[in-house]
Ligand binder design. Structure first.
Ligand code: SF4
Length: 358
């Protein structure tokens, strides 16, 4: 492993502080920083600085991108869903997914990149491929950011939004995820707006508290609910024994809810498991405690059976009926089209390919 600092994992301010080249070098370092994120280049030798200063930078910093192993694509109504398999420096593999999103107004397509934050995951959600593999290790901030840089540079993916919803639980790798947020938001490099970033969690309350402590007022948050009550949620998501629905709703209610904030609530519909009588009412009761009135949006996601199914995929009429039940209770619902089914790129489906093809 390279002992030098990967520039993709630090903010411009920290880069300048660590570079410590003395006064008058800020412009050159800013140029170097921008080129790293926008062009995937780290070439201090080409800068208008002394050979000694360039050598010093090269000895302490580098730019490492993962190896692009495979890309699989699937055409859908909104565009191409694609999954990239990446190999990291130590040989571990992760995946990130390009999800097409229609551009409001113009009709031209843009995309969200679903990022991984860990190799594997220790949350062990019953419906999730990644959860079955357990946690191998956390990703570094640079490895998180590098997913965006490589798909833009090598695959030409036009990414406008980022969501931490790939492999891993982002709040279980808080430090690295927090640094990666700062890097994504750094206007000297990638320059995303807070509104363009969404962190999706199973609901680790200490992590939500720490995230709140970072002071971002416009960062989006979504939670994987997937159950109407503690009994069902504990069966599907073991984390519920540590943070039950009441505690989760309490910590979500304290998250900054700006004027146009909508708490994302992901609900993966598994017929016979989480769509029974009272399920819609259970969700409504949770939302009433977790978000201000009208400030929650339920993403209804059809279950996509993986290699070890816990149920079957819902039929269209079952999804229609559940959506109608939620809407009758005044809940805003967005139906997630079953994009990426054949790619195993849908929610909770990352990780199988990694194990099968390391
Ligand atoms: S759904 Fe998310 S949190 Fe749960 S096991 Fe899978 S990757 Fe981990």
């Amino acid at each position: 492993m390279d002992a030098r600092t990967n520039i993709l994992g630090i903010t411009r301010k920290n880069f300048e502080a660590l570079a410590d080249l003395g006064p008058g070098r800020s412009r050159a370092l800013g140029f170097l920083y921008k080129a790293a994120f926008r062009e995937g280049r780290f070439e201090p030798e080409g800068l208008a600085i002394s050979r000694e200063a360039a050598g010093s930078l090269c000895s302490r910093f580098h730019l490492a991108l993962p190896q692009l192993v495979e890309v699989v694509e699937e055409e859908g109504e909104l565009g191409t869903t694609a999954k990239a398999l990446l190999r990291l420096e130590d040989g571990a593999c992760i995946e990130c997914v390009r999800i097409p999103v229609p551009h409001r107004g113009s009709g031209s397509a843009t995309a969200t990149l679903c990022l991984s934050s860990q190799v594997g995951c220790r949350m062990a959600c019953a419906f999730c491929e990644t959860g079955r593999s357990g946690l191998t290790r956390n990703l570094s901030a640079a490895e998180i950011v590098a997913q965006l840089v490589i798909v833009r540079l090598k695959l030409g993916w036009d990414i406008s939004n980022l969501v931490f919803m790939g492999m891993g639980e982002p709040l279980d790798n808080f430090e690295a995820v927090a640094i990666s947020l700062a890097v994504f938001l750094d206007s000297s490099g990638l320059g995303f707006a807070q509104e363009d970033l969404t962190l999706c969690t199973v609901g680790l309350d200490s992590g939500i508290r720490r995230l709140r402590g970072l002071g971002y007022k416009r960062l989006n948050l979504s939670v994987s609910l997937n159950a109407p009550d503690d009994l069902v949620r504990t069966a599907l998501m073991p984390v519920n024994t540590a943070v039950d629905l009441a505690s989760l709703a309490e910590s979500l209610a304290r998250y900054p809810q700006r004027k146009n904030f909508a708490l994302g609530v992901n609900y993966c519909l598994i017929p016979g498991l989480n769509d029974g009588p009272g399920a819609a009412e259970g969700i409504a009761a949770f939302l009433a405690k977790a978000a201000l009135p009208g400030r929650a949006l339920v993403n209804l996601i059809p279950y996509n059976p993986g290699s070890e199914p816990v149920g079957r995929a819902p039929r269209a009429e079952e999804l229609d009926a559940f959506e109608a039940r939620l809407k009758d209770l005044g809940i805003q619902v967005k139906r997630r089209a079953p994009r990426g089914l054949s790619l195993m790129a849908a929610c909770g489906q990352l990780g199988g390919k990694v194990r099968a093809n390391p």
